[in-house]
Write a protein that binds this ligand. Structure first.
Ligand SMILES: Cc1ncc(COP(=O)(O)O)c(C=O)c1O
Length: 404
């Protein structure tokens, strides 16, 4: 990296960790990031679940250009009729299960979670929320209150509450959901806790308990939505329809966009008593919606969710074959895959070695023994080979280094 630029990065841009990856990105194309100085890196995390079509997809770029020529921001969300917004909302409504036919657009995932929490409080008149151990829903104070890792909540108390945290995937614990609960917020697959996949029985019992107690069920599909798990929406794996689904990350095709979708009657609570009680200046930006619609049409047109299921299964099989000492488990669904290692040290070292070898992978926030793989859904065979060789080689070297 250019020394001066790196120094200014550290000096002028607020830092989120003591050890940023710090690769200076020149450009990105398909599954590859091109760094200054000529090195390239395979993006095996899709910019953390955003680049489901890879980077700089031509259909998305064309939609951005066309929209940019027409107009950018014109008015606070909800006032004017913006064709790109309407078209994306209509398309989502037709793709989602019945009962999720209206969309409120936001700028980000956390903001969409906040909107969903407010909707639940207003609709039910109740205060409490239920969330799960290991959960990650974003870093605004409402979303953070739901976080399943107490270490991230502790420095920022008091957060929105009360929130009860239940063990993820344990049906016996669902009795704690009662008539004081406005909403239960859950990821249908938890990524940040090390890629945890609950049973169909658990999800169906959760749906039944929410219906019984009048608590709204909110699915956070910020990461799992839009093909990542091998279905367009992860809810399809469980045969469960939530009262609200939250989307973001890949929704904007690489531009910032989030959404919470619910029935028309549920979202109507945001439009009165008082009117304009939940608004946003940039949420549902026409540029993001145009990019998002192009991305969604491409995703569906090319059958990428089905492709993610096939390619994901093949990667899991190959990882399982090559897993040796140091690897405790391999699990995943579609192209959201976790390699569980025997120690946090090994995890950190594997991530560093893979990056040195030109493959970007990362660990998960709430489980320091899992390396997460989440490549673009368009990833090619040669790129998969490249990544699996790098992972295998790195693991062999590390485990040899540990005297195994
Ligand atoms: C499951 C989940 N929910 C919510 C969020 C928050 O989204 P954002 O970073 O866009 O606020 C994330 C971000 O990683 C996420 O993975």
């Amino acid at each position: 990296m250019d020394d001066m630029l790196r120094a200014d990065f550290l000096r002028y841009v607020a830092q989120t960790s003591p050890e940023p990856i710090g690769i200076e990105i020149e450009r990105a194309q398909g599954a590859w990031l091109y760094a200054r100085g000529g090195r390239r890196y395979l993006d095996f995390i899709s910019g953390i679940g955003v680049a489901n079509l890879g980077h700089a997809h031509p259909a998305v770029l064309a939609a951005i250009r066309t929209q940019a020529e027409r107009y950018l921001h014109v008015m606070v969300y909800g006032e004017y009729v913006l064709e790109a917004q309407v078209a994306l909302a209509r398309r989502l409504a037709h793709l989602l299960p019945a009962g999720l036919e209206q969309v409120y657009f936001t700028n980000s995932g956390a903001e969409a979670i906040e909107g969903a929490l407010k909707t639940a409080r207003k609709r039910t008149g109740r205060a409490a929320f239920v969330a799960f151990d290991g959960a990650y829903h974003g870093d605004t104070t409402g979303a953070l209150a739901l976080a399943g890792n107490p270490a991230f909540r502790a420095p920022f108390q008091p957060l929105t509450g009360p929130v009860r945290h239940l063990p993820y995937g344990e049906t016996d614990a669902l009795g704690a959901i009662d008539s004081s609960v406005a909403a239960v917020v859950i990821e249908p697959v938890q990524a940040e806790s090390g890629v945890r996949i609950p049973s169909i029985e658990f999800m169906q019992a959760l749906r039944a308990r929410c219906t019984q107690t009048g608590a709204l069920l909110i699915f956070d599909e910020v990461l799992t939505g839009l093909g990542r798990t091998g279905r367009l929406f992860a809810l399809e794996h469980f045969g469960v329809t939530p009262d609200i689904i939250v989307l973001a990350k890949a929704l904007g095709g690489g531009l910032p966009l989030g959404a919470f979708c619910a029935s028309q009657s549920l979202l109507a609570v945001l439009a009165h008593d008082p009117p304009l009680g939940h608004i946003t200046t940039f949420g549902g930006h026409p540029l993001s919606c145009a990019a998002g619609l192009a991305a969604l049409e491409t995703l569906i047109g090319q059958g990428l969710p089905e492709r993610a299921a096939r390619v994901g299964d093949a990667i899991i099989e190959r990882l399982a074959q090559q897993a040796g000492p140091g690897v405790a488990a391999i699990r995943g669904i579609g192209l959201l895959i976790g390699i569980e290692l025997e120690s946090a040290e090994l995890t950190r070292s594997l991530v560093a070695k893979c990056i040195e070898s030109g493959v970007i992978v990362n660990w998960t926030l709430n489980c320091d023994r899992v390396v997460r793989l989440a490549p673009p859904l368009t990833i090619g065979d040669k790129e998969v080979d490249f990544a699996l060789h790098a992972i295998g080689r790195s693991l062999n070297e590390l485990c040899a280094g540990h005297g195994r």
